[in-house]
Design a protein around this ligand. Structure first.
Ligand SMILES: C[S@@+](CC[C@H](N)C(=O)[O-])C[C@H]1O[C@@H](n2cnc3c(N)ncnc32)[C@H](O)[C@@H]1O
Length: 333
C-alpha cells in the first residue's frame, strides 16, 4: 500500500483484512492454507468448504498480503505463517475470536456460507444495499448523465424529448432520481426488491420487485443496471430481459467495477482492491449464490458481461473504463 494512501482507505483495508482472517479461522480455510500451498479446489477440499467461496476468500487473503499467488496456486505469506505459529508471543487466533465476536450478522453468517456454498438470504443485506447506494451516489452524480449517457448523442436527444427509462436493481433509487431529474420529459421506473417509494421527482416510479418484473413494464429507450448485475442469480437471463425491453434503437447501459480477474494485475492496479474482493465475499457473491447463481463476481473479471450482451443479440457495444472505477457497457442491437 503506498505511503500516501488515504487514511480512510488504509483503515478500510485493515478492517476487511481482519474480517477475512476471522471468517477464514472460523471456517477452517485459514488452517487449510497454513497447511500448505494449493489452488482453490485443493484448499477447499482440505477444509471441507465450497470451492467458489474459498476462491473468493483466497483473492481477499492475497489482496490483504496474507497469501502469495503463483499461477492459480496460493500459499501462506511468511507473515501469516509467523503470526499463526504456536511460538508467536500472543495467540493471534484470540484476536480473530474478538473480531468475530464484535461483528454483525453479515460477517457472522459467512463461515457457514463458505461451507454450504448456498449464499446468504437478501434480508441480511438490507443495510448493505443502502450503504452501497450511498457510496456510489457521488460517482453517479459526476458521471452517469454527463459522461456515460452523454457519449450517445442520439440517446440524449431521445431522452430530452421524452422517452422511457428503466433502472434495474436500483437500490434506494438515488441514480434513478438523477435520471428522472436530468430528463424531466421522460418517464422513469426503478425496480429493486428493496425499493421504497420516493417523491423527489414527479416522473419517477420505484417498484419493489425483482428484475424479472421488467418484462411487464413495456418498452424503453434506455435500460440501466448499475453496480448490480453481479448480484443477480442469472445475470445472462436478466440481460436478455433488458434487451427484450428495449425499443428498436434503445440502449442498455451496464456499469460494473472494472477488474481483469487476474489477482496480481488487479492488486497492482489498485492497492485497495481488497475492498472489492471482500465486498464480494461478504455481500455480492452471497446474494448471487442465494439466488441460485454460480458465484459470479467482478473479482473474476467482466468477460461474463460481454458474453451476456452478445448472447442477448446486442451487437453494438461501446465499452470504456470511467474514472469512477466502473467499466461501462453501452449496447444496442
Ligand atoms: C450494490 S447494490 C446497487 C444498487 C444501485 N444500483 C447502485 O448502484 O447504487 C445491488 C442491488 O441489487 C439488488 N438486487 C439483488 N437481487 C435483485 C433482483 N433479483 N432483482 C433486482 N434487484 C436485485 C439489491 O437489492 C441491491 O439494491
Amino acid at each position: 500500500m503506498p505511503e500516501a494512501a488515504p487514511l480512510l482507505l488504509q483503515h478500510l483495508n485493515g478492517m476487511y483484512a481482519m474480517q477475512v482472517l476471522a471468517v477464514g479461522d472460523r471456517s477452517g480455510a485459514l488452517a487449510a492454507l497454513l497447511d500448505g500451498p494449493g489452488d482453490a479446489v485443493a484448499i477447499a477440499a482440505r477444509a471441507g468448504l465450497d470451492e467458489r467461496n474459498v476462491e473468493q476468500w483466497l483473492r481477499c487473503m492475497h489482496a490483504a498480503g496474507y497469501a502469495i499467488h503463483d499461477a492459480g496456486v496460493f500459499r501462506a505469506a511468511p507473515e501469516a505463517t509467523a503470526t499463526f505459529d504456536d511460538d508467536f508471543p500472543i495467540d493471534a487466533r484470540g484476536i480473530l475470536d474478538f473480531v468475530f465476536a464484535i461483528a454483525g450478522e453479515g460477517v457472522r453468517r459467512i463461515p457457514e456460507a463458505m461451507r454450504t456454498g448456498a449464499g446468504v438470504e437478501p434480508r441480511v443485506f438490507a443495510e448493505l444495499g443502502a450503504a452501497a447506494s450511498r457510496i456510489n451516489s457521488r460517482l453517479y452524480a459526476a458521471a452517469l448523465v454527463n459522461e456515460w449517457i452523454a457519449r450517445d448523442s442520439a440517446l440524449v436527444e431521445r431522452l430530452e424529448a421524452g422517452a422511457g427509462i428503466a433502472d434495474i436493481a436500483c437500490g434506494d433509487g438515488d441514480a434513478t432520481v438523477r435520471l428522472a431529474r436530468a430528463f424531466p420529459r421522460s418517464t422513469v421506473i426503478g425496480i429493486d426488491p428493496s425499493a421504497r417509494p420516493r417523491t423527489d421527482a414527479p416522473n419517477l416510479t420505484l417498484i419493489a420487485e425483482t428484475a424479472e418484473h421488467l418484462g411487464a413494464q413495456g418498452a424503453f429507450a434506455l435500460v440501466t443496471c448499475l453496480d448490480a448485475l453481479h448480484h443477480l442469480g442469472d445475470p445472462a437471463a436478466v440481460v436478455r430481459q433488458m434487451a427484450d425491453a428495449l425499443e428498436g434503437d434503445g440502449v442498455l447501459l451496464i456499469a460494473e467495477t472494472s477488474m481483469t480477474g487476474d489477482v496480481d494485475r488487479d492488486l497492482a492496479a489498485d492497492p485497495f482492491v481488497l475492498s472489492t474482493h471482500a465486498a464480494g465475499l461478504f455481500y455480492c457473491m452471497q446474494d448471487n449464490l442465494a439466488a441460485g447463481g454460480d458465484g459470479t463476481t467482478t473479482s473474476r473479471g467482466l468477460d461474463w458481461v460481454t458474453t451476456a450482451l452478445s448472447e442477448a443479440g446486442l451487437g453494438t457495444v461501446d465499452v470504456f473504463d470511467s474514472d469512477t472505477g466502473f467499466r461501462v457497457f453501452l449496447a444496442r442491437r
